[in-house]
Design a protein around this ligand. Structure first.
Ligand code: RUQ
Ligand code: CUA
Length: 635
């Protein structure tokens, strides 16, 4: 810590004394080498950056309403935010993970978890749009999520807080041995990516903090760190730190899958939302699911084991070979590395050190591969470069420590500014990492940027890790609070990025394929306006016959078929956001005029030299007026 503080004072020239500036400089017109997707934490979103430039390309709305695009405000996207608790337009998103094939990034989708109202989202990596959100029942603080198995068979979601399952009214102090922790395995359809909650493992009432899949030799297993094995229900900061060791839970999901496929498990009533966005109609639909298949681990012998791990471990990371499982005890200085081979040998020899709620506990020494005497404080997360090295973050001593797998020796350490949480190497959670850069995501910014009042954006730092020693080369502010991130080479994603939606493939029920089909239809007090738009007008742009008390739906189809030419739409007094409509897309907004008058609407996206002319009027008459519906353009 003292070392890092000493270096900190010289950091302004420290980082730039080498050729650091050159290493991050992506000249105007040039493109970055990697995409980095940073979770937005309490923004509920996902942000897209370029590496090494640190330039932010886009914010993708996921669990939060987003006026910039109208996500969560438009009629088509509102259903994405439905849950069993009603419309929940916010969440806390932590861990993005990119889909894989044979343990390598395939760049089809990225998944991310919502913690607070447990949900998992899937984002399409050619449209960069959220396509699906599934709620996770029987979960609370969905934190050990959303990590995927090496052929994207499952996206896995573990509960952080244990709760009564099913939920019921009971005294809090009866937590111990009554509350349970659910680990959910959500299958992913290999062709379309559609998610389905296949089974839920009901575990003892610990906190399940983080998780990662086995890979290579350990494919078929999943590992979860636990804390609060004390099962304390109050003053956790003291009461959940009593045990010298907690566990990593090793789950053989292949075994459970087989059990379930043979009719095993118990169906339990549940209530959770499954929201799916349809590409053809550009519209999301919610289905409420009523049942979940639960599995009692004791009914599947050989499926779940506990690996003792010191001291309230946080991160749970698996190296690219699948051999080493690293548990970072956040209250311990040393890192614990378990060996998959040793774990299997101990299981086969049935060498157990007792059990917890019937689940066998392995001997710490039997499964230990080694310990890294890190010299750091507060280890949290580990990533890998694919060259036999691991990189671990230390929150308290604010540093990244590089160490060698197998010999456990520390090779290098560099300070972060300050209090780093996760770190990310593109592909660092796969069989094939791209070990050129590591991005550290920090919790405290303080003096790094110009002050902006009491709150500063969080910061991220890029280190060049191509040599033996890490080199800090860049520092940039982030959006929300990024926890984990996922990176991927640009040449996997960029070529398949979608440019437009084809108008002839638009299946939206209110789409207007030709401006001559534009119309206004009244149905009681509901009015549907079928509108089209192209540079630089709306069709129609004058509408009369609307009355106070009407519910007016604007359904707008963007007739552009050119890359990067969205049009926007907003009308005075609208109780939601604008819309941003992509070429070929139809989007809808509701307006309930409350006052008579002539109200303007306009395009919100500066789309052409005549963008300011892109406007129209709606005449609103008293509720009892006899004015006929009438619409026109150019009359
Ligand atoms: S967490 S800073 Cu939400 Cu992944 Cu460890
Ligand atoms: Cu269309 Cu501005």
């Amino acid at each position: 810590m003292l070392v890092s503080c000493g270096q900190q004072n010289q950091s302004s020239n420290g980082a730039l004394s080498s050729s650091a500036a050159e290493k991050v400089y992506v000249a105007p017109g040039e493109q970055d080498e990697y995409y980095a997707f940073l979770s937005g934490g309490y923004s509920g979103n996902l942000t897209v950056y370029g590496l090494p430039s640190g330039r932010m390309f886009k914010e993708i709305p996921v669990f939060s309403q987003f006026p910039t695009s109208g996500y969560g405000y438009s009629e088509e996207t509102k259903p994405m935010l439905n849950t069993s608790h009603g419309f929940v337009p916010w969440d806390d998103a932590h861990h993005p993970d990119i889909s894989q094939t044979n343990g390598e990034l395939d760049g089809r989708w990225i998944f991310i978890n919502g913690n607070n109202t447990p949900r998992i989202a899937r984002i399409n990596l050619s449209t960069f749009e959220t396509e699906e959100i599934i709620e996770v029942p029987n979960s609370a603080g969905n934190h050990s999520s959303s990590f995927i198995t090496e052929n994207t068979e499952y996206v896995v979601a573990g509960t952080r807080f244990s709760v009564p399952i099913p939920q019921r009214d009971m005294p809090i102090n009866e937590y111990k041995s009554n509350f349970k922790g659910s680990l959910s395995f959500i299958s992913v359809d290999p062709e379309h990516g559609h998610m389905d909650l296949k089974f839920q493992l009901l575990m003892p009432g610990f906190n399940y903090d983080l998780s990662h899949p086995g890979r290579g030799k350990s494919h078929g297993w999943f590992f979860f760190t636990t804390y609060n094995t004390e099962e304390a229900h109050t003053l956790q900061e003291v009461n959940a730190s009593q045990n010298d060791k907690d566990f990593i839970a090793a789950v053989n999901w292949k075994k459970i899958e087989e059990y379930v496929n043979n009719g095993g498990g118990t169906k339990m009533p549940a209530n959770y939302a499954h929201n799916l966005y349809d590409e053809g109609s550009h519209t999301a639909m919610t289905t409420m699911k009523k049942e979940v298949l639960t599995v009692d681990p004791l009914k599947v012998p050989g499926a779940v084991y506990f690996l003792p791990t010191p001291k309230s471990p946080h991160g749970c990371d698996v190296d690219p070979t699948g051999q080493y499982i690293i548990g970072n005890g956040k209250l311990s200085a040393d890192l614990t590395v378990h060996s998959f081979d040793k774990m299997i040998a101990a299981i086969e020899a049935e060498k157990f050190d007792g059990e917890a709620y019937g689940i066998p506990i392995l001997n710490f020494e039997d499964v230990l591969a080694g310990q890294v005497k890190s010299g750091g404080l507060g280890p949290l997360h580990t990533e890998f470069d694919g060259k036999g090295n691991a990189y671990t973050t230390f929150f308290i001593s604010s540093e990244v420590v590089k160490w060698k797998l197998g010999t456990w020796e520390v090779i290098d350490r560099k300070p972060t500014y300050y209090s780093v949480g996760h770190l990310m190497i593109p592909g660092g959670n796969s069989r094939k990492p791209f070990g050129k850069y590591v991005v550290a995501m920090n919790k405290i910014t303080k003096d790094r940027y110009l002050p902006t009042g009491p709150e500063m954006e969080h910061s991220a730092q890029i280190y060049d890790i191509s040599g033996d020693k890490m080199e800090l080369i860049y520092d940039f502010p982030t959006h929300g609070e990024p926890h984990y991130a996922a990176g991927i080479p640009a040449d996997i994603l960029a070529p398949k990025s979608q440019k437009i939606y084809r108008l002839d493939e638009n299946e939206h029920p209110y789409a207007v394929k030709s401006p001559t089909d534009s119309k206004v239809v009244r149905d009681g007090n509901e009015v549907h306006i079928y509108m089209s738009t192209i540079r630089s007008h709306f069709t129609p742009d004058n509408i009369e016959g609307i009355k106070v008390g009407d519910k007016v739906y604007f359904h707008i189809t963007n007739h552009e078929q050119d890359f990067d030419v969205p049009h926007g739409f907003a009308i005075l007094g609208q109780n939601s956001s604008e819309l941003l409509i992509m070429p070929g897309q139809t989007k809808s907004s509701v307006w309930e005029p409350k006052q008579v008058g002539v109200w303007p609407f306009y395009c919100t996206d500066f789309c052409s030299a005549l963008h300011q002319e892109m406007q129209g009027y709606v005449r609103v008459s008293p509720a009892n007026s006899e004015i006929e519906l009438k619409w026109s353009l150019g009359e």
